[in-house]
Ligand binder design. Structure first.
Ligand code: NI
Length: 196
């Protein structure tokens, strides 16, 4: 396994549409996933998409730790539990609720910055799995946000391109200081940033 170099905003691999994976069980795909997992563990982010490690293929990895799972006390009215380490090959998203909510996001490919991004609250996603099977889940809240952020990477989209108000893009330290509780749709507190 190897720790891979992260592509940063401006690199063309982050702007192009990634290619589908014909055989999710191929040894080179297993190796890529293992390297991505090691890279993510080393950096300490929530999720990672293959284009972020200069590989233009449709695979993402992520997990939602318990600390970031839906919290009704924080105003998340569509709570979702923690999600174990997940690999999505050739993922597809179906939006289940057209309503969006704002939340703070960061990205390993956009280091040092964070921004408030509107995302769909509820969705269903389907994907191939590395063992040759299929996976289908519903997601809400932070879980849905992470999936949208990661799958956007496969289409050459970075979170600033999804922002509706660029005045809410800033340096991470400043955003944590001044926008720690930027209001979401319910006027509730948004949890800390998602590095993904
Ligand atoms: Ni990202």
């Amino acid at each position: 396994m190897a720790i891979l170099k992260i592509a940063r905003m401006g690199h063309p691999v982050l702007r192009r549409r990634a290619d589908p994976i014909a055989d999710p069980r191929a040894p080179e795909i297993a190796r890529l996933i293992a390297d991505m997992q090691e890279t993510l563990r080393d950096i300490g982010g929530i999720g990672l998409a293959a284009p972020q490690v200069h590989v233009p293929l449709r695979v993402v990895i992520f997990s939602v730790p318990a600390a970031r799972a839906g919290d009704p006390e924080a105003g998340d009215d569509a709570p979702d539990g923690p999600v174990p380490f997940t690999v999505l090959v050739n993922p597809q998203i179906e939006v289940l609720d057209a309503a969006t909510e704002m939340g703070l996001e960061a990205c390993l490919s956009v280091p040092g910055l964070a921004g408030m991004v509107p995302r769909f609250r509820r969705l269903r996603y389907r994907a191939d799995t590395p063992d040759g099977g299929r996976l289908e889940r519903e997601a809400a809240g932070f879980h849905a946000r992470v999936v949208q952020h990661e799958c956007d990477h496969l289409d050459g989209v970075l979170y600033p391109m999804r922002m509706s108000d660029l005045s809410l893009l800033g340096f991470t330290e400043e955003m944590a200081r001044w926008v720690p509780s930027a209001p979401n749709r319910a006027g509730a507190v948004t949890p800390a940033k998602a590095d993904a």
